[in-house]
Write a protein that binds this ligand. Structure first.
Ligand code: 8YV
Length: 310
């Protein structure tokens, strides 16, 4: 059996089939990483990792026989793709199967922030309703959602928001001819136009802190940041400052810069909705992701075409 490294905790329905096909080493779990690498490193032919985990070049250099990295997730910002290309290491991910669930969470965050759903629920539980009605929230109809990154997930979000009465604008590297949404050629102009700035682009160096203090100022005091992509895209400290100073109204976040650590200012802010990176976290979707993830590993080691190469 080929030997592989696991760089993240994985669900049993993925570990089972992986163990059937491979000898798996739990790199993320062992306290003796150097010993594991010295002993098994030369025999490691595959890596399985999560969307948010990292496979740094320094680690890959210690794996001379590495042939494939299979990411259990759509985002492969933790993989040095150019280095892998040069070494001929295949990289696969799990696109499409999670699109609907992630888009649903974006819509959920938009409803939660605009209608103050989490606050309202806390209000009821704290028995405050008998004392006074809950304060008025904000309607979605007629507002504009500005989508940063109109890829598969960004498009699924847009499609869901149109029936809610929102106008859609977007920014990305280029305008797309197959959509009728308004294209903004800069992120700042998108933020100026938006009530909800929805981050749906890939993470990694190319998008690091794209949403910074200047963009938050452009979004303005009626604006809300929604992030279902990667924490790295938003400058979290700038976000905290913008919320504290009333530069923006609120934020709905499923991802953070240093997961699972969340700044205390966000934890203590009633207007912010916080989720523990659950965009793809349903039984159905995670099982479909697992099937692709192990399917790619098995395809590679049996010489068949990869199911979903990056
Ligand atoms: C994670 C994600 O992969 O798909 C992605 O890029 O961020 C998530 O789906 C998930 O945490 C699986 O570990």
């Amino acid at each position: 059996k080929p030997e592989i490294l696991l760089l993240a905790p994985l669900p049993q329905f993925l570990l089972g089939p992986l163990w059937e096909a491979c000898i798996c080493h739990s790199y993320f779990m062992t306290e003796h990483k150097e010993t594991l690498l010295a002993e098994a490193g030369p025999r490691i032919r595959g890596i399985v990792m999560a969307g948010g985990s990292q496979a740094p070049v320094e680690l890959l250099k210690k794996l001379p026989a590495l042939e494939i990295i299979s990411v259990f997730g759509v985002g492969y910002d933790g993989v040095p793709v150019e280095y892998c290309r040069q070494r001929g290491i295949h990289v696969t991910n799990t696109p499409d199967v999670l699109t609907d669930d992630v888009a649903d969470i974006a819509v959920g965050l938009i409803l939660m922030t605009s209608r103050r759903l989490a606050e309202a629920e806390r209000y009821v539980r704290a028995q405050q309703w008998p004392r006074a009605p809950f304060p008025l929230a904000h309607s979605l109809r007629g507002k504009t959602a500005g989508i940063l990154g109109l890829g598969r997930i960004g498009k699924a979000i847009a499609e869901r928001l149109v029936p809610h009465g929102l106008k859609i604008a977007y920014h990305g590297r280029h305008a797309q001819s197959d959509v009728s949404y308004h294209y903004c050629d800069g992120l700042k102009s998108l933020a100026e136009e938006s009530d909800f700035l929805v981050v749906a682009c890939p993470g990694g160096a190319g998008t690091h802190h794209l949403v910074d203090a200047e963009i938050l100022r452009a979004l303005g005091p009626h604006g809300t940041v929604i992030n279902i992509a990667r924490g790295s895209v938003v400058d979290e400290q700038a976000l905290v400052t913008a919320l504290n100073s009333g530069t923006i109204r609120s934020a709905g976040l499923d991802v953070f810069e240093h997961e699972p650590q969340i700044p205390a200012e966000l934890l203590n802010d009633e207007r912010v909705v916080l989720l523990p990176h659950i965009g793809s976290a349903t039984q159905e979707t995670r099982e479909a992701m697992a099937a692709l993830c192990v399917g790619n590993v098995n395809a590679h080691f049996s010489g068949a075409p990869l199911l979903t190469p990056v």
